[in-house]
Design a protein around this ligand. Structure first.
Ligand SMILES: C[S@@+](CC[C@H](N)C(=O)[O-])C[C@H]1O[C@@H](n2cnc3c(N)ncnc32)[C@H](O)[C@@H]1O
Length: 259
């Protein structure tokens, strides 16, 4: 059976994947020939967003849910280049990611990285986890990374309830970074092929409007819901790929101060 983490690893050009993951990725590529470019752009967005929050907003703590198999410039490497004392907890529910977790536990001596095996569909198990509680200081702002993971939450698994539970737990001044796959720019024939490549219905593309609604409790930073390709584009390599080719929407939002 294909696993999202290994399939994404294959799309990024990694070697930690099996035949079923490659076959699934190839089937997706039939409907969306730019899927590899999209995966890379999603990853570059994650790195730009971490840099932005660390450099421009002074964020020093990250809870990265749906980490994926470690690759170049994971959240802690980007954040700790800016401040070696940055603290990061990684979360994934894929046993394969767990077997690679050692590569994420390479913190600077001044900072901390931790990894927990937990499921986003049970957000309280993440928020109440002793390692999450003790590694991060819950009186200080935290950035929650939900990058390319919410599209693995089906509608009947209550994505809004999951997001709301996480937002309610965050200290004032915290941020959320999210990307979400979208099919809104694809022709009907491509969508048909992508649906055929999703036989178990595990994957659920959503529109930019749906992504914005999930995070309507946040103050979204400019430019609001935007293609991952276009978010903070001045810092991105040029020329930028089109939003149709990238097909990932992104947001960075700030938790509102409570009155
Ligand atoms: C496409 S990868 C994204 C990796 C990384 N966030 C990035 O954007 O580069 C999605 C990751 O989410 C994880 N994932 C999917 N469903 C999850 C869930 N319910 N709980 C925790 N992790 C999940 C998968 O195992 C996979 O590692």
């Amino acid at each position: 059976m294909a696993h999202p983490a290994r399939r994404y690893n294959y799309l990024l050009g990694g070697k930690d994947n099996f035949a079923a993951d490659r076959a699934s990725a190839d089937a997706i590529e039939k409907g969306m020939p730019t899927i590899r470019l999209a995966a890379m752009e999603n990853r570059y967005f994650l790195q730009r967003a971490v840099r932005f929050l660390a450099e421009e907003r002074g964020i020093r703590q990250f809870l990265d849910i749906g980490t994926g198999i470690p690759t170049a410039d994971n959240t802690h490497q980007v954040a700790q280049r800016i401040d070696p004392a940055a603290r990061i907890v990684y979360v994934d529910n894929d046993p394969i990611v767990l077997t690679h977790a050692r590569a994420l536990l390479t913190s600077t001596p001044e900072g901390v990285t931790a990894y927990i095996d937990a499921d986003l569909r049970e957000p309280r198990t993440i928020l109440d986890d002793p390692e999450v509680r003790s590694t991060l200081d819950w009186t200080q702002p935290i950035a929650v990374m939900l990058v390319a993971v919410l599209h693995f939450i089906r509608d009947d698994e209550d994505p809004q309830g999951i997001v709301d539970t996480i937002l309610a737990a965050l200290p004032p001044g915290s941020y959320v970074v999210a990307t979400h796959s979208t099919w809104e720019y694809l022709p009907a024939a491509a969508i048909e092929q992508l649906e055929a490549a999703n036989p178990d219905g595990r994957f659920r593309a959503r529109t930019g409007e749906q992504l914005g609604k999930l995070f309507s409790a946040l103050d979204l930073l400019e430019p609001g819901v935007q293609s991952a390709s276009e978010w903070w584009p001045d810092e991105a390599s040029q020329p930028r790929p089109s939003i149709e080719d990238v097909a990932f929407n992104a947001i960075v939002g700030r938790v509102r101060a409570t009155e």
